[in-house]
Write a protein that binds this ligand. Structure first.
Ligand SMILES: NC(=O)c1ccc[n+]([C@@H]2O[C@H](COP(=O)([O-])OP(=O)(O)OC[C@H]3O[C@@H](n4cnc5c(N)ncnc54)[C@H](O)[C@@H]3O)[C@@H](O)[C@H]2O)c1
Length: 497
């Protein structure tokens, strides 16, 4: 991608201190104007200021400087936004509260009225978003820690995006794009790759620098303690140490299992997730939940272990069978229902799963995990459709339905329980058009309801549900009567007959 690293973002995001030797366009402007920005604003007004700013910024962008910090309003100019396409643009996000704390009281012309400031913050976010190649959350000196990843992004193929994820358990870069699998640097000395038989055959050769590969059987029935033990023992036999790293090359099964092995082997080694299914690229590769299934219940043994990096290469989806694409679509619909807004609009009108959709889903999940890493609150939203979905998987012995297919059915049950009948109809059409099941076969509804009682989020004998009022308006921890759950599952089974 090359060009300069250009830092954009709202007032108070900390752009000027992003790295050493930055060209700061606000400083250049003050030199040119011969007075402070505030003084110029007061005398000549914003319009004249913006035209000077545009010229200074365009010149800075032609300068070849390695790092440039732009003033908060520079992206208002269409010419500046066009010129940014030749650079690697880093959006440093900041909450309106933090921005106000930092900017109010400094002599800033647009930080005098709290309400107007908040409106401007909301108005500018989509502009920063539209030019960004890298998305950085707010965090103390976080940009400094993200610099190596930002440098890697400069060398990555055109169109690659970087989301820098930060959760209590660790920070890591997430690269989303095409042609990434072979190229991006990974942490640690030697790479021990865990993959499954399908993915290994298709993509194992594309990874560079592999020291040793462990291939497991494909599918949910291999996400077991026995397979994890095989992986641990093979790592030990091959002499993997803590200065090496594991690469999880595959879908959610490989990601969860290899992540679990990485969390536990020698009490923790780094894992790089290289997701190769839609499920994994839009959801499971991010957030650090790892684990295995028990015959009794799904994902019952596991650990939180944030990855060291995630490399999401959409090229790998080229070999994914259509049924697996479809299964992943259920997680896309789930994420879009949670996010609402532009992501839901895209998905609701039938947009295929492309880079923009994968990126938006990844950003949604990463933001939720950043707010609640360990499922104490908001992260439970991601469970939408999964209470019944997991129960269907358990009740059918993990064999009849793919995870995503079970989630599709679970979403319909959750929407019925939400009383969102119109939305349920709309979602059913989307799922059906993608080739997903909208009717339940091969399981007794009573067994499914019994399996929901094993849900890990159960409190006493209450199983909390995630309910949807409207896209983007989703609540977790909702109590639903067992009879209503049975009715919602029976409805799925009834329509099958
Ligand atoms: N950790 C989390 O936060 C989280 C979130 C959602 C789902 N999950 C878990 O993810 C699992 C489901 O993941 P999944 O749907 O990716 O299933 P999967 O990993 O079993 O992959 C599905 C199938 O596609 C094949 N495959 C994968 N990538 C391929 C490629 N590029 N080309 C050809 N074939 C390919 C696999 O070999 C497998 O046969 C479930 O166990 C679920 O619990 C975890």
């Amino acid at each position: 991608m090359a060009g300069s690293l250009v830092f954009v973002g709202f007032m108070g995001a900390g752009k000027s201190s992003a790295s050493d030797d930055l060209l700061d366009t606000d400083e250049l402007l003050e030199q040119r104007l011969g007075m402070s920005i505030a003084a110029f604003f007061a005398v000549h007004g914003e319009r004249r200021f913006r035209s000077h700013e545009e010229e200074v910024v365009l010149r800075a962008l032609r300068s070849g400087a390695p790092g440039i910090a732009l003033g908060g309003g520079a992206v208002l100019s269409e010419r500046v936004r066009a010129a940014l396409r030749d650079h690697t643009v880093v959006w440093m996000d900041v909450s309106v509260e933090t921005a106000w704390d930092r900017a109010a009281g400094e002599d800033r012309p647009l930080a005098r009225d709290r309400e107007a400031f908040a409106a401007l913050h909301a108005e500018r976010r989509p502009l920063y978003e539209s030019v960004a190649d890298a998305f950085l959350p707010e965090g103390d000196r976080l940009v400094r820690r993200a610099l190596p990843a930002l440098e890697s992004l400069r060398d990555a193929p055109a169109g690659t995006k970087l989301v820098y994820a930060a959760a209590g358990g660790g920070e890591y870069p997430v690269f989303v794009g095409r042609g990434l699998i072979g190229g991006l640097p990974r942490p640690g000395r030697r790479a021990f790759v865990v993959t499954d038989e399908h993915v290994g055959a298709a993509w194992g050769g594309a990874l560079r620098g592999t020291h040793h590969t462990i291939t497991i059987g494909a599918g949910e029935q291999h996400k077991t303690l026995a397979v994890a033990e095989r992986v641990w023992r093979e790592l030990a036999a091959e002499g993997m140490g803590r200065d090496d790293h594991l690469v999880a090359l595959g879908g959610g099964v490989v990601g969860d299992l290899a992540g679990f092995c990485a969390a536990t082997y020698q009490r923790g080694v780094p894992v790089v997730q290289v997701p190769t299914t839609v499920v994994a690229q839009v959801d499971s590769a991010y957030g650090g939940k790892t684990g295995i299934d028990l015959p009794e219940a799904k994902n019952y043994v596991g650990a939180y272990h944030q990855p060291a990096a995630v490399i999401t290469d959409l090229d790998t989806l080229d070999t994914l069978p259509p049924e697996e694409h479809a299964a992943g679509y259920a997680e896309v619909v789930k994420t879009a229902l949670i996010a609402g807004g532009p992501l839901w609009e895209r998905v609701a009108c039938g947009t295929p799963v492309d880079e923009a959709v994968v990126l938006a889903c990844a950003r949604t999940k990463i933001a939720i995990v950043a707010a609640d890493e360990r499922d104490g609150g908001a992260r439970q939203l991601l469970n939408l459709g999964h209470t019944v979905g997991h129960a269907i998987e358990t009740a059918t012995g993990y064999r009849r339905y793919r995870h995503g297919e079970a989630v599709a059915l679970g979403l319909l049950a959750a929407l019925r329980l939400s009383g969102a009948d119109e939305l349920r109809g709309q979602v059913a059409s989307l799922l059906q058009a993608a080739g997903l099941p909208t009717t339940l076969a091969g399981a007794d509804p009573a067994d499914v309801v019994a399996a929901t009682r094993l849900d890990k989020k159960r409190v006493g004998d209450r199983v909390p549900f995630v309910l949807v009022r409207a896209p983007g308006d989703v609540q977790f921890g909702e109590h639903v009567a067992a009879a209503d759950v049975l009715a919602a599952v029976e409805e799925l089974a009834r329509t099958a007959r």
